[in-house]
Ligand binder design. Structure first.
Ligand code: RNT
Ligand code: ZN
Length: 418
């Protein structure tokens, strides 16, 4: 698209929005400032860089075998740099504990420490990226069906130690970057078949969390992530949404909403306003479930658009940490990132451009036909012209032009990884 056309379309769009009381420039300013926490694990199918040999032990699974996944830290960093060069704004990188710089050494999960993330912190500083963190309880011989909720004290303490250490690592990251590192805690604990001990395991998990959270930190924030069920653990999930919602409300912890972790007809956007009343902040794992928690690449669908609208309508940008969580190994992984980040930004832009004042006036006056009519009209307002201008302003390829850039990177870099 020609530069003049982008500018012309933008001016026309701006006029149309202004007539509805929407300030396009202020929307763009807000969009520019939204940092998305980009998941490191799309680059390598959640493999990580431990030197513990082939671990087995499930909990999570990427599907697909598209060539070119990142095989080491250098490749992963290069891929992330490429991704971030293709999207507007300053973003964060969310690391899992298994992505430490272990330098060829065998470092078990109960031995991880800040020094293993020193080069990550240096890299992040050099690239102006802030880091977030995750403990890793899956893919390990001690993962089994139960980790933090395990009645066996040896296994349970192993994971408690791991998670405590992860908090200390997150604290280091936060301190160094002078901005809180958000640490997410997700464990797959559950049961394949009917359990007659639902209460017991949840009680153990509560105790483990209490122990883990004993140390108070100033430079990291804890989030706890629930899930509906996991593969091979279909009958029962210890860390259900009720469990973590209760825990988060009681202990003032951030509850993570992964958009793939609910019944498919359940509204995640509707949870935002309740959570904000009872918990300090929200962490999002924006994902795309297909029939189940399949972690497909995020696209601009109604689910994401409605989620973004709820954040903006609740004026909750400052209290919402937006992270991505998908891992598709069946397509170009850099392309997957670019689509997911851009789609999330598009949803946010649409939400920021909503003629909210007019809609709220209608609602206050009981003019419900008018409200519905304007909501429908708003869907087809020329937000795309504003989006293209946003890209142009950020010196980025406009529209679909980024496809070519990703193909070039594939030809020159990822396709050569054999
Ligand atoms: C798993 C959770 C969790 C993971 C990442 C890798 O169902 O969504 O967030 O995807 O920690
Ligand atoms: Zn998640």
């Amino acid at each position: 698209m020609k530069k003049e056309s982008v500018l012309k379309s933008y001016e026309l769009a701006k006029e149309q929005y202004a007539a509805l009381g929407v300030d396009v420039d202020s929307a763009l300013k807000k969009l520019q400032e939204i940092s998305i926490s980009v998941q490191c694990w799309q680059a390598d199918d959640v493999s990580g860089f431990e030197n513990l040999g082939n671990l087995g032990g499930g909990g999570i699974q990427a599907t697909g075998n598209y060539p070119g996944k990142a095989r080491n830290i250098a490749e992963l960093r290069s891929d992330i740099e490429k991704v971030l060069s293709l999207v507007a704004g300053k973003h964060r990188l969310s690391l899992h504990a298994i992505y430490g710089d272990f330098n060829g050494k065998v470092v078990d999960r109960d031995e991880v420490e800040p020094s293993h993330f020193k080069t990550w912190i240096e890299w992040a500083n050099a690239n102006g990226i802030k880091l977030d963190f995750n403990s890793t309880s899956f893919g390990h011989p001690k993962s089994g069906d139960l980790t933090l909720a395990n009645p066996n004290p040896n296994i349970r303490n192993f994971w408690i130690e791991h998670t405590k250490r992860c908090r200390a690592i997150a604290e280091e990251m936060g301190k160094d970057q002078e901005n809180p590192c958000i640490m997410n805690l997700w464990v797959h604990d559950g049961s394949k078949d009917i359990t007659v001990n639902r209460y017991k395991y949840r009680q153990i998990l509560e105790q483990s969390l209490d122990e883990i959270f004993q140390t108070e930190y100033r430079n990291m924030k804890d989030c706890i992530e629930a899930k509906l069920f996991g593969i091979a653990l279909e009958s029962y999930t210890v860390g259900s949404y009720d469990f973590y919602l209760g825990y988060g409300a009681k202990k003032k912890k951030i509850v993570t909403l992964d958009t793939g972790h609910f019944h498919l007809t359940e509204s995640i956007p509707d949870k935002i306003s309740s959570l904000l009343l009872f918990t300090p902040e929200i962490m999002l794992h924006v994902s795309r479930p297909i029939r189940w928690d399949s972690d497909h690449v995020v696209i601009l669908n109604d689910d994401i658009a409605d989620l973004a609208k709820e954040i903006i309508r609740a004026d909750a940008l400052k209290r919402t940490n937006i992270g991505l969580d998908f891992f598709d190994a069946s397509i170009n992984r850099i392309g997957a990132y670019a689509i997911g980040i851009r789609s999330t930004q598009k949803a946010l832009l649409q939400a920021l451009l909503e003629p909210i004042k007019q809609l709220r006036d209608y609602e206050a006056n009981g003019q419900y036909f008018e409200r519905l009519a304007l909501l429908e009209e708003a869907k087809t307002l020329p937000w795309n012209a504003v989006w293209n201008y946003f890209l142009l302003k950020n010196d980025l390829p406009v529209g679909e032009a980024y496809i070519e850039e990703i193909r070039n990177y594939e030809k020159e870099v990822t396709a050569k990884r054999k």
